[in-house]
Design a protein around this ligand. Structure first.
Ligand code: GLV
Ligand code: MG
Length: 307
């Protein structure tokens, strides 16, 4: 398993708001995306491109993953979004996020466009990654092909608001269960499909936003569900959400310490010093190659989060 950069929290920032961009610089989210899509009004979109370029080139983002969400490919804005942002700030940009991704051909379009801009401007080839949002039925049914459509693919993001609207789910509260559905979690199916696609292609997978900004307990409950399944992180929209989400998607300290102990014990037992025995013990518990892999997942997440 490749060790990936931490994406516990992904902060959405409207690309047209200088004030919110400035505020975002002080927040401890692992990833931030400057938005050109739904948080920016149609008449502000062209100007927002320049504001996003300025925000990236001015810096102040430290080790965070810097992403720009462009408009979806069924609008007139996408190609200019990509060209202006990558030509203007390609060196200060880690990934482009494509919303409402409906199939692998959209990822390939973005891959070719990025390669062209990189060649034309002398940016390192392949340097800019791709992330996509799965937000409707066409996207979900082709999520496996989408996840494997390009070596640039780094993450899938679930877009619950658009997804609920696109499948006619009868709820108006984003991220919560639709009233009347009381036999399980209405998001289990899209989440699991996305999780399988991401893991099959060794990329990350994140849950989308929780819009009840004031309800941090509700946020923790919802975040804990996708975290338990194996999701890497979740979107945050407000400073009050960052710490809670970072915490939910980090291993607990005791689990992290135990994972590192398992790895150390297993390494010793299988080395020359331990007599290369294969079956290892940690206290009273027997550990084997499968325990090592499970420990590696927890340790990997903890190390990426700087534990
Ligand atoms: C996010 O883009 C969503 O639609 O929930
Ligand atoms: Mg959306």
């Amino acid at each position: 398993m490749v060790e990936q950069r931490s994406r516990r929290s992904c902060l959405a920032v409207p690309g047209s708001s200088e004030k919110m961009i400035d505020k975002a610089r002080g927040l401890a989210a692992d990833q931030l995306f400057l938005d050109l899509e739904d948080a920016v009004a149609p008449l502000a979109k062209e100007q927002a491109r320049g504001q996003v370029v300025t925000a990236l080139t001015e810096g102040g983002w430290d080790g965070r993953i810097r992403t720009v969400r462009v408009n979806a490919l069924d609008t007139q804005w996408t190609y200019r979004d990509v060209i202006e942002v990558v030509e203007g700030a390609g060196e200060q940009l880690d990934t482009i996020m494509l919303p409402k991704c409906a199939g692998p051909e959209q990822v390939r379009w973005l891959e070719l466009t990025l390669a062209q801009i990189e060649r034309a401007t002398g940016l390192p080839e392949g340097g800019i990654g791709i992330e996509v949002q799965i937000e409707d039925a066409p996207g979900l049914v082709s999520v496996d092909e989408i996840a494997g459509a390009s070596a640039r693919m780094e993450a899938l993001h679930f877009g619950p608001a658009d997804f609920m609207a696109s499948i006619n789910m009868r709820s108006l509260v984003v991220g919560e269960q639709p009233p009347g559905y009381d036999v399980g979690d209405a998001y289990h199916y899209p989440w699991m499909r996305m999780l399988m696609a991401a893991r099959a292609h060794d990329i990350q997978v994140l849950d989308g936003p929780y819009l009840q900004i004031k309800d941090v307990d509700g946020l923790r409950t919802v975040a804990a569900r996708s975290a338990a399944l194996g999701f890497d992180g979740k979107w945050v929209l407000h400073p009050a959400q960052v710490e809670a989400v970072n915490e939910v998607f980090s291993p607990r300290q005791e689990d992290y310490d135990r994972a590192e102990n398992i790895l150390d014990a297993y390494e010793w037992y299988t080395s020359e010093a331990g007599g290369a025995r294969g079956a290892a013990m940690l206290g009273d518990e027997m550990i084997d190659e499968a325990s090592r892999k499970m420990a590696l997942v927890v340790a990997g997440k903890g190390r990426a989060a700087g534990m």
